[in-house]
Design a protein around this ligand. Structure first.
Ligand code: 13P
Length: 253
């Protein structure tokens, strides 16, 4: 499938931001501005506490809603965790897994992330799997090895269940929240590596969307989106305001 055939995804990861009132206002504003677009997908990732309110605010639009994490078990003695059944029960359609903040700050291992990906897909939740190298790893020339290692570890054993429901986000850790965006060439190189890795795993690599994340802003999104293997963006800070996220959704490539 040619790159142009992969429908672009513009996703906002709100991280730990916003009261219910903030979340409603942001979701309603975006529903109005970009809720009817058919040629691209718009995904909002509010914190758990705002999922229900955001789902309500985007009802009747084409915007979909993602959780930022989940446990792999359906239920049990896991204080503070949220299960795939709970997300499905709310009407959530997808989940961001393996974000570098989860890996680095909360110690999530490749093994956990693999279990989460398999569980989410088994519960009919689409997955946005995040991978990315640290600055030290990039400086040591290990970027492609690290990124392909994370992809392989997370997706090992997956088969047909991934079809249509798996997205990968390349998010170099040094670019997240730093204002230091990867160059188009750096991003494209990593995306091409990820696609080759997906192919090596026997997955439908030409159909799987690969998003770039890390300091995506209105003034750099157009260049990134022009690269052949960049199929969208996963946006943190600039997804928290209607104007800036609308401009990102309306990128011009
Ligand atoms: P920023 O866009 O704030 O750099 O965050 C990127 C990110 O981590 C999205 O998941």
């Amino acid at each position: 499938m040619a790159a142009a055939k992969r429908k672009k995804i513009l996703a906002g990861n709100w991280k730990m931001h916003g009261t219910l009132a903030d979340a409603r206002a942001l979701a309603r504003g975006l529903a109005e501005r970009v809720g009817k677009l058919e040629d691209r997908e718009v995904v909002l990732g509010p914190p758990f506490t705002a999922l229900a309110a955001v789902l309500e605010a985007v009802k009747g639009t084409r915007i979909t809603v993602a959780a930022q994490n989940m446990h792999w078990e359906e239920k049990g003695a896991f204080t503070g965790e949220v299960s795939p059944l709970m997300l499905r029960d709310l009407g959530v359609q997808q989940v961001i897994l393996g974000h570098s903040e989860r890996r680095e700050i909360f110690g999530e291992s490749d093994e956990w992330i693999q279990k989460k990906v398999a569980s989410a897909l088994a519960h009919d939740l689409a997955v946005i799997l995040c991978v990315g190298e640290t600055l030290a790893q990039r400086d040591a020339g290990e970027t492609l090895k690290v990124v392909s290692g994370q992809v392989e570890a997370a997706l090992r054993g997956l088969g047909a269940e991934a079809k249509g429901r798996l997205t990968v986000a390349y998010e170099p850790v040094w670019a997240i929240g730093t204002g230091r965006v990867a160059t188009r060439e750096q991003a494209q190189e990593a995306h091409a590596e990820i696609r080759a890795c997906l192919k090596g795993l026997g997955l439908p690599a030409d159909e799987i969307r690969i998003l770039y994340g890390g300091s995506v802003k209105p003034d750099n999104v157009d260049g990134l989106m022009a690269e052949p293997d960049i199929d969208g963006a996963l946006v943190g800070g600039a997804s928290l305001e209607v104007e800036s996220f609308t401009r990102i959704v309306e990128y011009r490539a």
